[in-house]
Design a protein around this ligand. Structure first.
Ligand SMILES: Nc1ncnc2c1ncn2[C@@H]1O[C@H](COP(=O)(O)OP(=O)(O)OP(=O)(O)O)[C@@H](O)[C@H]1O
Length: 783
């Protein structure tokens, strides 16, 4: 629909008018900010002048305290005001560049005239603070824009449903305060704007999509009904984008009660964290907390074990096929992530209520104070109907009491004397002063040398016992490593617990490998969650009660174990879980075919599932190629953006391969592509590719330690490219040797679907059967 000249003029005038208002607001806010800043500097400078520090007299001390407190409160109020104003200023400056991106004219039922609603990244009131010049995209009325074409429409407000008719829906591209283009649209969100947005070059950072959110994505963003929202979405369907806009939405919707740090996003790797970190600031919001499951495990178990990282496990799964024990380890990886093994752990822990829990001696300076056997006897003498964590708490109390007795005896040990003699003068004096203070109100005199030695001895021993008490309070006396080891030490042990459960054939070998690792204080990645789960069942669950929303991206790579775990960790939190089962690349998810294990996490009726099948990232040609790589791919709909077909090039040998790839990269650069990724299957292959290419052109090797990437040419292992995208993707080796086994199909699919504009595959020798099985008109063979 075309927009008339008169309308163009009116719209231009409106933009100018609005920018005028923004300018004036910016000016007055800048003045305010600078005044507040001056206040803060002044208060900080005079902080100690205004308070009379006199702590000798009780009354004066109280006054001094009150005065300090008052000053501190004024200061923190000013600082808060400064932060708030600075944030507002930053948002206004963004609005000045692009005040809004959409308009709807909506006539509410019962009204005569339509209201014009302009949508932008934040609300803006006129100078009288009466009329909205711009509505925040998250305001209830704004959902009309995302959900309906012109015609009958309705939206929800806290007070109920509002119905009416949308008479117009218009979109704008406004840059540097000027309308660059504008169009009216009949369908939900017009193709033109999306074409424009999706056709742009990538710069290594994810973008906000507020102007073009699609209806089905809006359902995810504004969902408030479900405690668990599960999104299964095709590659490039906007799962991550929707998740981040949802964070922004929640921060707006619950702005009086929810803070950014109460939202946690679990991401697949640190690189991804940096990739998405700009979206929320772009929308004028603070970033949520970001972490990875690995980081959490490290935090909990890193002091006890050297834990294999998930990428090392992945590297093993895809490179070690010829090593002895490979099949057993892979079977172990799958089994240890399964619901069956989770049950084994639960049954095992249950059995420990009667017998079998293993303890550690309580030792001090190389001597055993209370041995494991005594602890065991005490523990099992407690009421067996009590839960394990409660019995441990009682045991800890008993141990602390025992320690108190031991501590008293310890004071006469020769080492204590030595230590007292070694106290430097200052410590001695401090101890002396402290003792004097403590004795101030008693009748005893403090002249007695013996008495002084006694008290110093008590202090010294007390200090040395402190870590031991802490250790007891943290249940260090449970020999958790031995408890977990016991499950594998005799292969029959766990099998007896299993009876009806599916069981791995190579269990004996799995057990032997696990024990070997544990004895070296190492933990395979596949053991990390079961170990932690068992530990928590025995000792009581750690919980984080302040977090309100947990987002799990790339959820297909989590085991049911990990989900159950996160659910317990964040008991007061809702969850948004986003994933694509076709991109499940971890060895443990082989057997998992859907997200159904999630359904049991919350009560009935609290879970909702949304499926996204439209893919936005890649051109139509790329989607038509990639969807053929997976079963059921025909449901994936490409967004209709045109590009060149993927190419397949066979090279004669590795040096021919490098030459051809270098030529391709140069051509891609000449065509204006800024981020070009040479995707390899593994880190090992990446190193080879890097060695072959880096002497001929500048390339950057991405490894698991890399924390951010900039535009340019990258060589990257497939599993680190998860979740991110590039203008052009080169598959370094699409041969049968590299991508031939069924287990490699999803890895291959994940790698190919990272491409936005161009996809080029290379192979030395026989081509991967995943490609040759495709219809030959989905790609072009080049020489
Ligand atoms: N509504 C939209 N408007 C504009 N761009 C969009 C929209 N939805 C998605 N995109 C773009 O499509 C690309 C893919 O989005 P995103 O990374 O969120 O998908 P994903 O489902 O998480 O993908 P994957 O599972 O493959 O990692 C991004 O460039 C994103 O900006």
């Amino acid at each position: 629909m075309s927009v008339t000249e008169r309308e163009w003029r009116e719209e231009n005038e409106r933009v100018e008018r609005v920018i005028g208002v923004i300018d004036r607001k910016i000016n007055s806010l800048e003045e305010h900010v600078s005044n507040v800043r001056a206040d803060i500097v002044e208060i900080r400078k005079k902080f100690w002048d205004d308070v009379t520090v006199n702590v000798d007299d009780m009354m004066e001390a109280i006054e001094t305290y009150a005065s300090i407190k008052q000053q501190a409160e004024v200061l923190s109020e000013r600082e808060r005001s400064h932060r708030h104003a600075s944030r507002q200023l930053a948002t206004l400056k963004k609005l000045k560049q692009s005040p809004y991106f959409g308009r709807i004219d909506f006539v509410e039922d019962g009204e005569q005239t339509p209201e014009r609603i302009y949508l932008g990244i934040a609300s803006l009131l006129d100078e009288q603070d009466e009329q909205f010049l711009i509505y925040d995209w998250r305001a209830p009325v704004s959902s009309l824009y995302y959900d309906y074409p012109p015609g009958p429409a309705q939206y929800e407000t806290p007070g109920g449903t509002i119905t009416g008719t949308m008479e117009l829906k218009r979109q704008y591209i406004i840059r540097d305060g000027r309308i660059q283009s504008m169009f009216d649209t009949g369908v939900t969100i017009g193709d033109e704007l999306l074409q424009e947005v999706l056709g742009r070059q990538a710069d290594g950072q994810m973008k906000s999509i507020v102007a073009t959110i699609q209806k089905e994505q809006n359902r995810i963003i504004r969902n408030e009904r479900s405690r668990l929202l599960v999104v299964q979405g095709a590659a490039g369907s906007g799962k991550t984008s929707a998740a981040l806009q949802r964070v922004a939405y929640l921060l707006y919707r619950y702005r009086n009660t929810l803070r950014a740090e109460q939202i946690v996003l679990f991401s697949p790797n640190p690189l991804f964290n940096s990739y998405v970190s700009t979206v929320l600031p772009e929308l004028g919001e603070e970033n949520m907390q970001q972490t990875t499951f690995q980081e959490y495990v490290e935090h909990r178990l890193g002091e006890t074990f050297r834990i294999e990282d998930p990428f090392a496990q992945m590297e093993y799964a895809y490179t070690a096929m010829d090593e002895p024990g490979y099949d057993a380890r892979m079977e172990g990886i799958r089994f240890k992530a399964s619901a069956a093994f989770k049950q084994v752990i639960e049954r095992y822990v249950e059995s420990l209520r009667q017998a079998g829990l293993l303890f550690a001696d309580v030792t001090f300076r190389g001597r055993t104070l209370i041995d494991a056997e005594q602890i065991r006897e005490h523990f099992y003498s407690l009421d067996p109907s009590l839960r394990l964590p409660n019995r441990l708490r009682l045991t800890a109390e008993w141990l602390l009491e025992e320690l108190r007795k031991q501590e008293r005896q310890e004071r006469t040990q020769p080492w204590v004397e030595d230590e007292i003699d070694l106290l430097d003068r200052e410590e001695y004096y401090r101890a002396y002063q402290q003792l004097r203070r403590e004795k101030r109100f008693t009748a005893e005199s403090f002249d007695d040398f013996e008495r002084e030695r006694e008290l110093l001895a008590a202090t010294v021993v007390n200090e040395h016992f402190e870590p031991l008490r802490r250790w007891v309070k943290q249940f260090g006396f449970v020999n958790m490593k031995a408890v977990y080891r016991q499950l594998f030490a005799d292969p029959q042990y766990a099998m007896r617990l299993a009876n009806d459960l599916p069981w791995p054939q190579q269990w004996a070998e799995i057990c032997a490998r696990t024990v070997e690792m544990l004895d070296r204080s190492e933990l395979f990645w596949e053991d990390a969650t079961p170990y932690l789960y068992a530990k928590e069942l025995i000792e009581g669950f750690h919980t984080n009660t302040s977090v309100r929303h947990v987002f799990i991206d790339e959820a297909q790579d989590y085991s049911p174990f990990q989900f159950a775990f996160l659910r317990r960790l964040f008991p007061h939190s809702s969850m948004t879980v986003l994933g694509d089962l076709n991109q499940a690349i971890y060895a443990h998810v082989d057997a998992q075919t859907d997200f159904s294990p999630l359904a049991s996490l919350y009560e009935d009726g609290q879970t909702e599932m949304i499926v996204l099948t439209r893919s936005y990232r890649s051109t139509r040609q790329i989607v038509e190629f990639t969807r053929g790589l997976i079963a059921g791919g025909e449901v994936i709909q490409p967004f209709n953006r045109d590009g060149v077909k993927p190419t397949l090039t066979q090279a004669a040998d590795p040096s021919d391969l490098a030459e051809k790839i270098v030529a391709r990269i140069r051509a891609l650069q000449d065509a204006g592509h800024r981020t070009i990724a040479v995707i390899c299957k593994t880190a090992r292959e990446s190193r080879d590719a890097y060695a072959a290419l880096s002497s001929r052109l500048p390339v950057r090797l991405i490894s698991k330690e890399t924390v951010s990437f900039e535009p340019g040419v990258l060589v990257i292992p497939s599993y680190l490219a998860k979740g991110v995208e590039f203008d052009a993707v080169i598959i370094y080796d699409a041969s049968r040797v590299t991508y031939g086994r069924e287990a490699e199909r999803r890895l291959f699919y994940t790698a190919c679907t990272r491409a936005m504009h161009e996809l080029h595959l290379y192979a030395v020798g026989e081509v991967s059967p995943f490609v040759t099985a495709l219809s030959s008109d989905t790609y072009v063979t080049e020489r």
